[in-house]
Design a protein around this ligand. Structure first.
Ligand code: C2E
Ligand code: CA
Ligand code: CA
Ligand code: CA
Length: 278
């Protein structure tokens, strides 16, 4: 904060600190956040539309900040990427989700699939296979219960190395899904080249389903494309009954969204799953 004279600087000191330094401070605080155990994973149920049962959950990162409260990924993932802290944070997230999945399995919660978001950095900089192998080994989580979500951006690299890495992941028993499908550069040729299990329809299409005929056409096309390629299709961002009904009639396999539950802490997720008896 800059002194403007007459004690004006005090005005800026706490509440109105300029944005740039606030960002720098958050970045500094992020460095210690892992060791202070301030990151937590929330889980959002995924429901199979044929059985109406919970088949899994997506693990979503949160930062329980001592002053600012619960921070969403949008407010700190960008900073984490800039500083490179995304690498250890992502590694922690993967391990934590596998650890939790193994605990739930031991507690008899059932064969829940846990989906973890991978960042492009994990493919480029880190050996993603050894990362995943280590997480599975140290936690004892069943590989076939782990799903990794990748974005179109990762696949569009047309990089032979990434194709190879994904085949190695597949050989471990892990499944792979394409996140936010339809929002990237729509080069469809790439999806044939990867050992994928699932397309996740981006929530922007789902949210326009009721009022925009082109959104319905896109959703229908993604479901058909997925099924022709023997892929499962999950729609995210389902908030309304009418969206659910449309997705059901279009033959979508699975859904996820606020209509069922927001992402919730691990304990609440287990309670939710038990309440919606599988
Ligand atoms: P995403 O992978 O597309 O995750 C889905 C986002 O949609 C989540 O936001 C979730 O809370 C939100 N969502 C789910 N259902 C609904 C709904 O019905 N309506 C609306 N409006 N939103 C819904 P969240 O948790 O804030 O995460 C944002 C993004 O941050 C994620 O988008 C993902 O790209 C990234 N992210 C989250 N956790 C991780 C992580 O552990 N590692 C990495 N690399 N990225 C993560
Ligand atoms: Ca995701
Ligand atoms: Ca998504
Ligand atoms: Ca997204």
């Amino acid at each position: 904060a800059k002194s403007l004279g007459g004690g004006t600087w005090r005005f800026f000191a706490a509440d109105m600190r300029p944005r740039a330094s606030q960002t720098a401070q958050l970045q500094a605080e992020m460095r210690g956040a892992l060791t202070r155990r301030e990151f937590v994973m929330f889980y959002q149920p995924q429901i199979d539309l044929r059985s109406n049962k919970v088949v899994g959950g997506e693990a979503l990162l949160r930062w329980q900040h001592p002053q600012h409260g619960l921070l969403m990924p949008a407010s700190f993932l960008g900073l984490a990427e800039e500083s490179g802290l995304i690498v250890p944070i992502n590694e922690w997230a993967l391990n934590e989700a596998c650890r939790q999945g193994a605990v739930w399995e031991a507690e008899g919660l059932g064969e829940l699939r846990i989906a973890v978001n991978l960042s492009p950095i994990q493919f480029r900089r880190q050996g993603v296979e050894s990362l995943v192998k280590d997480a599975l080994r140290t936690t004892g989580f069943r590989p076939t219960s782990l799903e990794l979500e990748v974005t179109e951006g990762i696949l569009l690299g047309h990089d032979e190395q990434i194709v190879t890495q994904m085949h190695v992941l597949r050989s471990l028993g892990v499944t792979l899904s394409v996140d936010d499908f339809g929002t990237g550069y729509s080069s469809l040729s790439y999806i044939r080249r990867f050992p994928l299990h699932r397309l996740k329809i981006d929530r922007s299409f789902v949210q326009d389903l009721g009022n925009d005929p082109s959104a319905l056409a896109i959703v229908r096309t993604i479901i058909d494309l997925g099924h022709i390629l023997h892929l499962q299709v999950l729609a995210e961002g389902v908030e309304e009954e009418s969206q659910l009904a449309l997705l059901r009639s279009e033959g979508c396999d699975e859904v996820q969204g606020y209509y069922f539950s927001r992402p919730i802490p691990a304990d609440a997720f287990a309670t939710w799953v038990r309440a919606h008896e599988r």
